[in-house]
Design a protein around this ligand. Structure first.
Ligand code: ZN
Length: 167
């Protein structure tokens, strides 16, 4: 098993749409073990493969009820709204109130290619939305309103200038 460095904001892999995992991909077992170890070490409740530089449609998550994996997931149902202070391992240290559907159902495959379905309200629904966004090259910042996004980007830029001593 191995812990990967987590790619952060500004890395182009986070803005790239990940590709479907093919049925004969036999590296998945190992990849999932590494992703879980990386997620628990961080620690986080979810991790998508692009966050460790692998542009494949797979994520792992654990909201405290045990780990699960989805391969080639898609959202098949979403309803309601829920605003929550959301964070992301790829934008460490920031939390923004982000409005998303409260209920989400996603369908995909497990690592053996068998169909799986996960659904839930609030945190579970949010993790499904957040991780599938990663597979589509989308970060949580893009879920903010235009005005809040501008403010968030300014905040990140100022903090990074400060930490590199340029300001
Ligand atoms: Zn994230």
């Amino acid at each position: 098993m191995a812990i990967y460095p987590i790619r952060t904001f500004g890395d182009p892999v986070l803005r790239t749409r990940a590709v479907d995992v093919s049925a004969d991909d036999d590296s998945l077992g190992r990849l999932v073990e590494d992703m879980l170890e990386t997620m628990y070490e961080a620690p986080g409740v979810g991790l998508a493969a692009p966050q460790i530089g692998i542009p494949k449609r797979i994520f792992v998550a654990d909201i405290g009820e045990g780990p699960f994996v989805m391969v080639n997931p898609e959202i098949v149902e979403a309803s309601g709204t829920w605003t929550f202070d959301e964070g992301c391992l790829s934008v460490p240290g920031y939390y923004w109130p982000i409005k998303r559907p409260s209920y989400t159902k996603a369908r995909g495959l497990d690592i053996h290619g068998e169909p799986v379905e996960f659904e839930g309200d609030e945190l579970m629904g949010r993790v499904l939305q957040h991780e599938i966004d990663h597979l589509n090259g989308m970060l949580l910042i893009e879920r903010l309103s235009r005005k809040d996004r501008r403010q968030a980007l300014r905040e990140i830029r100022e903090d990074s200038l400060r930490s590199t001593g340029l300001q």
